[in-house]
Design a protein around this ligand. Structure first.
Ligand code: AN7
Length: 350
């Protein structure tokens, strides 16, 4: 039985036998071939992180952050969140029996994520401001004794999230040539790069991928090299104007000879619909940025003449997190009377 990322990868993590492990058996998410479905003629895989216990990759980091918080004997955990961090923090805090406080940007968090934070018993505070403003407040608040910050500024979050890179190498049997990943607060790209480097240094793998990060056009501070005061994008998960791990994302980009590029909301939504309708994979819009970015780079000729290409795209969160966007992007429901002939006609028309 899979025991969760801490037990499975403990030799790579800062835990001891005295660390109380708070787990929901996160990790072990599938790597699904999608190349053909999205119209590309080289191997492409989706790492479907939406299948983690709370529906996003955040669970890998949260099991570490909350376990270490318990080990240190803290009184509460706190985070700012565009949604997924709050859902994950609330669930792991519930399991640990710890109070959890979350600050979210009012009106800009997908409904699934908000419902999770609430049902798990977190105190949810909606602030009239964006994620960046909320993060500034919790960073200061977490200096109070006994309150631990569980945003990705917490180094244990990165430690946990790096295990996804280990899994990719273990599942694929080799290191992918390129990794495509959405970038918001930039913790995850940092974590993957650290994970791939650690596997290389441990002698488990023998190469490193090129890191390709993607930000939404209206929320692309790293791409445009300046903080964005009022970030805007349909992909609310990555509606972030001043990423906390900015420098580390630049290091991942430059050390891997990769890029961090902007992708429009239209491109994100096209990839979102394509994944759902052709690959059978329902992810949230922010996650589709990885596939949108790959499609865009392929169109621009980036992969031409490259040998042994194998790409992994990270689908960071489940589509059910954000049903409002699905309804907006999908065809309408057909209404009909309970009448055989009427319904037969609809079915026969295809
Ligand atoms: C689905 O939940 O920042 O670059 O507060 O939910 O590590 O921030 C979420 C981020 C990508 C970006 N995809 O990852 C939060 C939050 C999804 C996300 C990202 C997020 P980072």
């Amino acid at each position: 039985m899979w025991r969760g990322i801490i037990a499975e990868y403990s030799r790579y993590l800062p835990v001891t036998k005295d660390t109380p492990i708070i787990t929901l058996q996160e990790g072990n998410t599938p790597l699904i071939p999608i190349g053909e479905a999205i119209g590309l003629d080289f191997p492409v895989y989706a790492k479907y992180e939406g299948l983690n216990p709370t529906g996003s990759f955040k669970d890998r980091g949260m099991t570490m952050a909350v376990s270490k918080a318990m080990e240190e004997g803290v009184n509460a955990v706190i985070c700012a969140s565009t949604g997924n961090t709050s859902a994950s923090a609330a669930a792991y805090a519930a399991k640990a029996g710890l109070p959890c406080f979350v600050l979210i940007p009012e009106g800009a968090t997908a409904v699934g994520k908000l419902s999770q934070a609430l049902i798990h018993g977190a105190k949810v505070i909606a602030v009239k401001g964006n994620f960046d403003a909320a993060l500034r407040i919790v960073r200061d608040l977490a200096t109070q004794k006994g309150i631990t910050l569980v945003n990705s500024l917490n180094p244990y979050r990165i430690e946990g999230q790096k295990t996804a890179a280990f899994e990719i190498c273990d599942q694929l049997g080799h290191v992918p040539s390129h990794l495509c990943i959405p970038v918001g607060n930039a913790g995850n790209i940092t974590a993957y790069w650290q994970g791939f480097q650690e596997y290389l240094n441990a002698g488990i793998s023998n190469s490193l991928p090129v890191m390709l990060g993607f930000q939404a056009e209206g929320a692309a501070p790293i791409v445009y090299n300046r903080p964005i005061e009022k970030p805007e994008t349909v992909a609310t998960a990555i509606r972030i104007g001043n990423p906390a791990s900015w420098e580390k994302a630049l290091a991942a980009r430059d050390e891997s000879k990769g890029s961090i590029l902007a992708i429009t909301d239209e491109e994100i939504l096209a990839a979102y619909r394509l994944l759902a309708s052709k690959a059978g994979l329902f992810c949230e819009p922010a996650s589709a940025a990885s596939v949108a970015g790959l499609i865009e780079m392929n169109s621009s000729g980036y992969f031409q003449g490259k040998h042994n290409v194998s790409v992994v795209c990270i689908l960071t969160g489940h589509g059910l997190k954000d049903p409002d966007n699905a309804f907006e992007q999908a065809p309408e429901v057909i209404t009909a009377p309970p009448d055989y002939a009427v319904i037969q006609e609809i079915v026969m028309e295809g």
